[in-house]
Design a protein around this ligand. Sequence first.
Ligand SMILES: C[S@@+](CC[C@H](N)C(=O)[O-])C[C@H]1O[C@@H](n2cnc3c(N)ncnc32)[C@H](O)[C@@H]1O
Length: 222
Amino acid sequence: MPSPEATLLQSWHINADAWIEVIRSGAIESRRQVTDQAILLAIMGRQPERVLDLGCGEGWLLRTLADRGIDATGVDGDTTLVEAARAAGSAKVQVASYEELVDAKVNVGRDFELICANFSLLHQDIIALLTAMNALLVPGGALIIQTLHPWAVAAGDYQDGWREESFAGFKGQWQPMPWYFRTLSSWLNALDIAGFRLIGLQEPQHPQSAVPQSLLMIAESR
Ligand SMILES: C[S@@+](CC[C@H](N)C(=O)[O-])C[C@H]1O[C@@H](n2cnc3c(N)ncnc32)[C@H](O)[C@@H]1O
C-alpha cells in the first residue's frame, strides 16, 4: 500500500495537464479574485531580490515575480509542471520532490531572501521541509505560506489528519488527491519548531464571501 505522501505526489503526475489548463484559463475564482493578489502583495511587501517558489507548479508566480524584476527560482516534484514552467519562460526551475530537498539531494541554490509556498504544502511532515528551507534563507529571510484556511475547510472536523480532494467542480479528468488538514495551531507549531518566528498572519477575503479564501502566514528565520 503506497503512503499518502506517495499517492499525493503521484496525483500531481496524473493531474498535471488538467492543472495547467485550470490555472492558465483562470478557472479558480478564489485565485483570480483574492489569493493570487494576496501572495503577490505579501511577497512584494518584503522587496526581495531573490525568491524561491517551493512547489511552483506550472510557474505562474515565477513569471509574475520575474515581470517585477525579481530573480525567481522554482522547484516542484512534477516533471510536466516544471517543463510547462520552463516552456513559459522561467529558466530557473528544477524537478525535486520535497523528500529530495530535505535530504539535500538536489541543489536549488541558497541565500534566498524569501521562500514562498502557495497552496503547495499538502503533506504531513512539513517540519523537516521547513527546516531545510530555513537553511536556504539569508539571516532574517522570510517564508510566506498561503494555504487553505483551516476554519473554512474543516467541515466540522477540526483536527490534523489526512483528507481527500476530489476536484469536483473542476473541468476534465482528475485523480483524487490525499492532503493533510492542519489546524491553525498545528501550522504555528510547525513554523516554530522549524526555526521560524511568525510576524504576520492574514485571512484574505472576498467582500461577497462569508469565509476567508485562504490563510497566509509570513514568518522570519530566527
Ligand atoms: C496546488 S499546486 C500549487 C502550485 C503552485 N504553487 C500554484 O500556486 O499554482 C501544489 C503543488 O505542490 C507540488 N507538490 C506536492 N507535493 C509535492 C512533493 N512531495 N514534492 C514536490 N512537489 C510537490 C505539486 O507538484 C504541485 O505543483
